[in-house]
Design a protein around this ligand. Structure first.
Ligand SMILES: [Zn+2]
Length: 218
């Protein structure tokens, strides 16, 4: 087998102290636990919410009996992805079924939604003001046989609602959600080989993940 990697585009945010988190989520802390100068080696103690930075929502995030992140099928999190350019959608606006249906989405595609919010990551006001997925958009994604859905903003759900219909719709169909991707501008409007691997946290609702677009030599 001949398969040479030409370029890897990192679609993940850097996890660090002071990074933005969804309002109310745990604040990331990374502190030295031991130091190579004083002890044999350097180690850090890390405290994170399970939805810190670029992360996966497992079905259990919205559904009590849903699959936890360690049980999400890895086949769903890698393979051909289509990156839809939805940069016309403003923060606070819905992405609707008619926004999506203008694009070619095939069965078993991973669908990544580019809005440009990834570049606004450091700006606090966009933690509560971002585009969201309408229910008819999530229904369309389910009907198309989408394998996973990824977005470049904080949450697929409209901010401030008491319910979470977008999460319920996708996660009840075992479609994992990837939130807070970045660098989708590099690949917007194209098809890519995508891989996104969450930490294997037992019985957990989600996990930080490293997400990549990989270009191979042809
Ligand atoms: Zn999440």
């Amino acid at each position: 087998m001949k398969m040479k990697v030409r370029r890897v585009i990192d679609l993940s945010h850097t996890i660090m102290e002071g990074m933005p988190v969804y309002p109310g989520d745990p604040i990331p802390k990374i502190v030295p636990f031991s130091n190579v100068k004083e002890k044999v080696s350097s180690l850090s103690k890390i405290t994170l919410g399970s939805h810190t930075g670029t992360h996966i929502d497992a079905p259990r995030h919205a559904i009590e009996s849903g699959v936890s992140v360690d049980g999400v099928s890895l086949e769903k999190l890698m393979g051909e992805a289509v990156v839809l350019d939805l940069s016309h959608v403003e923060p606070g606006e819905a992405i609707t079924f008619s926004d999506l249906q203008q694009h070619e989405v095939k069965e078993d595609d991973i669908v990544l939604l580019f809005t440009g919010m990834g570049r606004r990551w450091g700006d606090e006001k966009f933690l509560t003001n971002y585009p969201y997925l309408s229910l008819d958009a999530t229904e369309w994604l389910v009907k198309r046989g989408t394998k996973a859905v990824g977005v470049d903003w904080t949450s697929i759900e409209k901010y401030g609602g008491k319910e979470h219909p977008a999460h319920d719709k996708l996660l009840s169909h075992n479609i994992p959600v990837i939130e807070s991707l970045v660098n989708l501008d590099v690949v917007k409007g194209t098809r890519i080989f995508f891989i996104c691997l969450p930490l294997k946290l037992k019985d957990t609702d989600g996990a930080p993940a490293r997400a990549l677009a990989i270009e191979f030599e042809t």
